[in-house]
Design a protein around this ligand. Structure first.
Ligand SMILES: NC(=O)c1ccc[n+]([C@@H]2O[C@H](COP(=O)([O-])OP(=O)(O)OC[C@H]3O[C@@H](n4cnc5c(N)ncnc54)[C@H](OP(=O)(O)O)[C@@H]3O)[C@@H](O)[C@H]2O)c1
Length: 343
């Protein structure tokens, strides 16, 4: 009892690396909303942001450049500054005793780094030989929040998924560029230059890094490899196509699954209605299905269009929508910290 109350009273020193970015800012919001018990929050970014003031808990934090000393005494280091900084600073923060929870792709497939979606495999995060836990790719997280509960009941053998991914997934500067593109598109003006490689306004793109040897984008390969690692199922077959759509925030996914035994839509709906982290929005006759605007700034993954696959009897189809900045990144990371430190 004594231990429980001291655990409950404990407050943690938290560092957020990438605090000026799209995910980092959301992490600061989510820490406050979920009342994560903090004694201090250190906002870290690149040297160019040193001294910048960012809102936190009704006040503000002054951004410091990331240095070794910045991780001194830190209990939890939330990283969202891209793979380079994660590779450089992850081991340093871990060596100082912090639990590093990393949003980049740097450590996800490392055999000594657990890859965690708390609703699916929180226990994996308790074994972390490098002191680092990886947050999966945003598209993988929301897909598995919806599919893992079904997989537990009747093993999924194959997933065919097409994504409709928002531009906030490419970072804060890409969002600004997309807004500028949208204004130019509406005014029939020339497209402004910026971080988005081609015109997204009024268009769809597939501009993730390409692996020409297999003909897939890196984003698609992440969905394959990360899904297998998280489910602990190297046999599961996944056929992804990832697409960037002209939506500011919220990724959507059209998913078809094949299972080891036939499952009806009503059985799947009953499983998903009881599953953690999910909200079923599925009354297609009444026009109820989730959209990116429905999930914007919400932590739950939304699922609708749960139906039997007419093209593959026994299989199922679903439509899964999630806030990529929240459950796809910030919220998932903070849920891992909660599970490890407060659970
Ligand atoms: N956006 C999403 O939906 C999403 C979802 C899942 C995972 N992620 C991953 O999360 C990470 C951040 O994504 P984001 O969308 O938040 O990007 P972003 O908006 O571009 O923010 C990047 C952040 O990293 C900082 N940073 C960049 N280089 C740095 C360096 N060398 N040293 C220290 N700080 C540095 C930036 O600081 P300055 O402002 O000082 O440059 C900024 O705070 C990426 O790895 C991304 O793949 C993103």
């Amino acid at each position: 009892m004594g231990n429980e109350s001291s655990r409950a009273d404990r407050k943690f020193r938290v560092a957020v690396l990438g605090a000026t970015g799209a995910v980092g800012r959301k992490m600061l919001d989510v820490l406050v909303e979920r009342r994560f018990p903090v004694s201090e929050v250190r906002a870290l970014a690149s040297p160019k942001s040193a001294g910048v003031s960012i809102p936190f808990a009704g006040g503000s934090l002054t951004v410091a450049p990331v240095t070794e000393a910045a991780f001194e005494g830190v209990d939890v280091a939330l990283f969202s500054a891209g793979s380079g900084p994660s590779r450089a600073w992850g081991p340093i923060a871990a060596s100082k005793g912090a639990i590093v929870i990393d949003n980049s792709a740097a450590w996800r497939m490392d055999a000594e780094v657990p890859l965690c979606v708390p609703e699916v495999n929180l226990a994996a995060a308790r074994e972390r030989p490098r002191g680092i836990v990886a947050n999966p790719n945003c598209s993988t997280i929301q897909m598995l929040v919806a599919l893992a509960p079904i997989h537990r009941v009747a093993r999924i053998r194959r997933i065919v998924v097409s994504t409709y991914q928002a531009i906030s997934g490419a970072g804060a500067q890409a969002v600004d560029h997309f807004r500028a593109q949208s204004r130019a598109f509406a005014a029939s003006e020339a497209m402004p230059e910026g971080p988005i490689a081609k015109q997204l306004a009024g268009n769809l793109l597939m501009e993730w890094k390409r692996d020409a040897s297999v003909g897939y984008q890196e984003e698609e390969l992440k969905m394959i490899h990360e899904t297998r690692k998280i489910l602990g199922d190297p046999e599961i077959r996944i056929s992804p196509t990832t697409v960037r759509v002209p939506v500011i925030n919220g990724h959507s996914e059209s998913i078809a699954i094949e299972l080891e035994r036939p499952m009806t839509a009503s059985e799947a709906r009953a499983i998903l209605e009881k599953a953690p982290g999910l909200r079923v929005m599925d009354d297609f006759a009444a026009g109820l299905y989730p959209t990116p605007l429905d999930c914007d700034d919400r932590d739950e993954v939304l699922v609708g269009r749960i139906r039997e696959d007419l093209g593959n009897p026994g299989g199922l189809m679903l439509w899964v929508v999630g806030d990529n900045l929240r459950k796809g990144a910030a919220t998932n990371a903070i849920q891992i910290a909660e599970g490890l430190l407060l659970g």
